[in-house]
Ligand binder design. Structure first.
Ligand SMILES: [Fe+2]
Ligand SMILES: [Fe+2]
Length: 332
């Protein structure tokens, strides 16, 4: 475990605590700020047990944070979940924190939600929490539209289901805003896109993690993930929009997508957005067997080679959103 190396030089003594892994939730180092009292305890999982790392009320120094990666995780007791949320929301509402720092806190704190979506047996709590988290994303990009580029440029662009779901959701919020979605509707689009691949929970993990192309049998199972996703969501009180983002995101305008081979105008408008942002993210992301495209290359490829698969108005809007995000990045 990398922690043993990274943390051996720390001066603070650790003490054992009987807390179990399943009594905690994961948070990322990148969602914390240095030199401020943290209103919750931090634990690390070392040698198969939870080790108390920082007491509630103590500060995490910049020096300690520098020794860790943004994506490294700490564990916080479940009973302190609200304290962690309060900490995050207070930072997001702090006037003198830079937009890029807030973007990092927002992005990295949402890992707790994505973790719930793919690993927690209780999908209901992920659905409930997603309202609050996506609500914060919508508020953030509403108040600071340039925050969208910060949120995306913090991505590691690894094709890891977690990153992918979050990135697709951030792109979908950007594209959705560009074509006039707002308020509750925009929030449902954000939630639908973060849950779009939830059906992959039921696909064999060896297929999900396989390096290289899938064989016919594996591909057949993979193609079931929109149906699996709908089965999962059908057990909860979920909007039609969220279900459509999940069940219809692999349909395409030519009518030869899956699982229903819907024609263009039969596909739910929000699912059309997810279809575009899903492909865009896949093209611009590192995988073991292909080199990622640059944003401009991906848009060009989608416009020239794949155009007939997508809603033409959305493809045009996506192009504009990406150009604007590139500009924001250059001027940041
Ligand atoms: Fe998918
Ligand atoms: Fe996807």
């Amino acid at each position: 475990m990398i922690y043993s190396k990274k943390l051996e030089s720390f001066s603070q003594p650790w003490h054992n605590n009987p807390m179990e892994l399943n009594e905690s939730f994961k948070i990322r180092v990148g969602s914390l700020l240095p030199d401020r009292p943290l209103p919750f305890d931090l634990f690390i999982f070392l040698n198969k047990k939870m080790v108390h790392y920082l007491r509630s009320g103590d500060e995490l120094s910049q020096d300690k944070i520098n020794k860790l990666d943004r994506a490294d995780v700490f564990y916080v007791p479940l009973g302190q979940r609200q304290d962690y949320k309060n900490f995050v929301y207070q930072r997001l509402n702090e006037d003198n924190l830079k937009t890029e720092v807030k973007a990092q806190i927002l992005r990295e704190s949402s890992i707790t939600l994505v973790d719930e979506i793919f690993e927690n047996p209780d999908v209901g709590s992920a659905l409930t929490d997603s309202k609050e988290v996506i609500g914060e994303f919508v508020k953030f990009v509403d108040e600071a539209p340039e925050g969208l580029s910060h949120l995306i440029h913090l991505s590691s662009h690894d094709f890891y289901t977690y990153n992918h779901s979050l990135d697709v959701s951030i792109y979908a919020l950007g594209l959705g805003m560009a074509v006039g979605y707002k308020g509750e509707e925009l929030q449902e689009l954000g939630r639908g896109s973060i849950f779009h691949d939830i059906g992959k929970r039921l696909v064999d993990v060896n297929i999900i993690c396989k390096n290289g192309a899938l064989d016919e049998v594996e591909w057949a199972q993979m193609q079931q993930h929109p149906t699996f996703g709908l089965q999962i969501l059908d057990e909860y009180d979920v909007s039609e929009e969220i279900k459509a983002c999940c069940f219809e995101h692999h349909e395409n305008f030519l009518g030869n997508g899956y699982p229903q081979q819907l024609d263009g105008d039969e596909i739910h408008p929000m699912a059309r957005i997810v279809a575009l942002t899903d492909t865009y993210d896949a093209l611009t992301t590192k995988r073991s067997y292909n080199k990622p495209m640059l944003p401009r290359e991906a848009i060009e490829f989608m416009t020239q080679k794949l155009a007939q698969r997508y809603d033409p108005d959305l493809l045009k809007a996506m192009n504009e959103v990406m150009v604007r995000m590139d500009k924001d990045k250059a001027s940041a």
